[in-house]
Design a protein around this ligand. Structure first.
Ligand SMILES: NC(=O)c1ccc[n+]([C@@H]2O[C@H](COP(=O)([O-])OP(=O)(O)OC[C@H]3O[C@@H](n4cnc5c(N)ncnc54)[C@H](O)[C@@H]3O)[C@@H](O)[C@H]2O)c1
Ligand SMILES: CC(C)[C@H](C(=O)O)[C@@H](O)C(=O)O
Ligand SMILES: [Mg+2]
Length: 363
C-alpha cells in the first residue's frame, strides 16, 4: 500500500499548534487502521512572506497541487496588517484555493448538547441541530475584477466587484444537493436577491438545479433573515448553500452557536478527491504561542481529509467519535470555559478514541 502524501501548511499564529495536534490524532487513527501517510511542510501566509517575500511561494503551490491532500492551520496576524503592504498573508490563502480549484467549502456544524453551557442558545434549541454549510470559495467579492483603488477629482475610491457566472453557481449548488440526498433532504439557498443582481442569478440557477433533484426540498432565504433564523431555528437547517462572503460570515456565527470558533472544521473540494482542509478560525494572535488553542476544528478537519481525500472512512469516524466522547466527558479548552491546553485537549481526544476502540467500535 502506498503512503498518502499530505502537504502541511502550519501558517501563522496558532496555525502550527493546531496542525500539529491534528496530525498527531490522524497518526494515531492511521496506525490503528494499518494505514500510513507522509507529510511535507511548506510555507504559506505571513511566515512565507518573511522567508520569501511571497504569501504563496511557487514551491508551495507546486507541492499542494501534486499532493493527495493539504492540511492548513491559519494565516495572518498584526505583523502583516499594514494596509499599504505589497502583499498580505490572506492573499496567499486565496491564491492557494484558486490554484487548487477548490470551489466548494464544506463547513459542518453539529451542536453538541454537552456544550450548551458554552453556547448562547438554550439546550432545547441545540439538541439535534446538525447542518452543513456549502460556501462557494473561488468566486464572488473575493475574486471579482475590477478590484482596487483610484483617485478621481482628488477623492480616493476603493472598489471590489461581486460577480458570478452561471457555471460557478451551478457546480456548487449541485454539490449541495448531492450532500443533502443522504441527509434530511433539504437545501437552503441563501442570497440577497431583493437587492443584488448576482443573487438573482444565484436563485435562478438554484431553482434549475433543484428541478433535477426530486425528493429534495429547496428553500430560499435572504442572508439577513438567515442570520437571525440560525439563532432562533437552528434545528430547521440541513444543507445551506451560499456565496463566498455570506458563507464566511454565517459560519463564524454558527461556530459561536456551537460554543466556539475553535470547534469548526472545513473541507475545500473541487472536481477530484484532492482537497484543502482547515479549521474555519484564524491565527488567533491573542492566544498564539501559549498552547491554549482549541485543536478540535483542526482535528475534525483532519477527519474530513481522511474521509474525502484518502477514503479512510473508519479512521475518520474514529476521530469524530473521539472528539464527541471527549467533549461528552467534559474535556474543555478555555474558549469552552475549561482549563485544558492544546496538548491536553488533544490527549483527551486520543484517550477517547482508545476507549471507543476498546469497546469494539474504533479504528
Ligand atoms: N483560514 C485562515 O487562515 C483565517 C481565517 C480567519 C481569519 N484569519 C486571519 O487571522 C487573523 C486574526 O483574525 P481574527 O482575530 O479576526 O479571527 P480569529 O479566528 O483568529 O480569532 C477570533 C477570536 O476567536 C478566538 N479563537 C480562534 N480560534 C481559536 C481556537 N482554535 N481556540 C481558541 N480560541 C480561538 C481568538 O482567540 C479570538 O479571540 C487575521 O489576520 C485574519 O485575516 C485567517
Ligand atoms: C482569512 C480569510 C481570507 C478567510 C476567508 O474569508 O475565506 C477566513 O476568514 C476563512 O473563513 O477561511
Ligand atoms: Mg472566515
Amino acid at each position: 500500500m502506498t503512503s498518502a502524501r499530505i502537504v502541511v501548511l502550519g501558517g501563522d499564529g496558532i496555525g502550527p499548534e493546531v496542525t500539529e495536534a491534528a496530525l498527531h490524532v490522524l497518526g494515531v487513527a492511521a496506525k490503528r487502521g494499518g494505514k500510513s501517510f507522509e507529510t511535507r511542510d511548506e510555507l504559506l501566509g505571513g511566515i512565507a512572506i518573511d522567508a520569501t517575500g511571497e504569501a504563496m511561494p511557487e514551491r508551495t503551490r507546486e507541492a499542494c497541487v501534486a499532493a493527495d491532500a493539504v492540511l492548513l492551520g491559519a494565516v495572518g496576524g498584526p505583523k502583516w496588517d499594514d494596509p499599504r503592504a505589497k502583499t498580505r498573508p490572506e492573499a496567499g490563502l486565496l491564491g492557494l484555493r484558486k490554484a487548487m480549484g477548490v470551489f466548494a467549502n464544506l463547513r459542518p456544524v453539529r451542536l453538541h448538547a454537552a456544550l450548551a453551557d458554552a453556547s448562547p442558545l438554550r439546550r432545547d434549541r441545540i439538541e439535534g441541530a446538525d447542518m452543513v454549510f456549502v460556501r462557494e470559495l473561488t468566486g464572488g467579492l473575493y475574486f471579482g475584477t475590477p478590484k482596487g483603488r483610484a483617485v478621481e477629482n482628488g477623492v480616493e475610491r476603493a472598489f471590489d466587484t461581486l460577480v458570478y457566472d452561471q457555471n460557478e453557481i451551478e457546480r456548487v449548488v449541485e454539490l449541495a444537493f448531492r450532500l443533502a440526498a443522504p441527509r434530511k433532504k433539504k437545501v437552503t439557498s441563501v442570497d440577497k436577491a431583493n437587492v443584488l443582481e448576482s443573487s438573482r442569478l444565484w436563485r435562478e440557477i438554484a431553482v434549475k438545479v433543484g428541478a433535477r433533484h426530486g425528493g429534495i426540498s429547496l428553500e430560499h432565504q435572504l442572508v439577513d433573515s438567515c442570520a437571525m433564523k440560525l439563532l432562533t431555528h437552528a434545528k430547521d437547517f440541513d444543507v445551506i448553500v451560499t456565496e463566498n462572503m455570506f458563507g464566511d460570515i454565517l459560519t463564524d456565527e454558527a461556530a459561536a452557536l456551537a460554543g466556539s470558533l475553535g470547534l469548526l472544521p472545513s473541507a475545500s473540494l473541487g472536481e477530484g478527491p484532492r482537497g484543502l482542509y482547515e479549521p474555519i478560525h484564524g491565527s488567533a494572535p491573542d492566544i498564539a504561542g501559549k498552547g491554549l488553542a482549541n485543536p478540535v476544528g483542526a482535528i475534525l478537519s483532519a477527519a474530513m481529509l481522511a474521509r474525502h481525500s484518502l477514503g479512510w472512512t473508519d479512521e475518520a469516524a474514529a476521530i469524530e467519535r473521539g472528539v464527541d466522547v471527549a467533549i461528552a466527558k467534559g474535556a474543555r479548552t478555555r474558549d469552552l470555559g475549561g482549563t485544558l491546553g492544546t496538548r491536553e485537549m488533544t490527549n483527551a481526544v486520543v484517550d477517547a478514541m482508545s476507549q471507543a476502540a476498546g469497546q469494539g467500535g474504533g479504528a
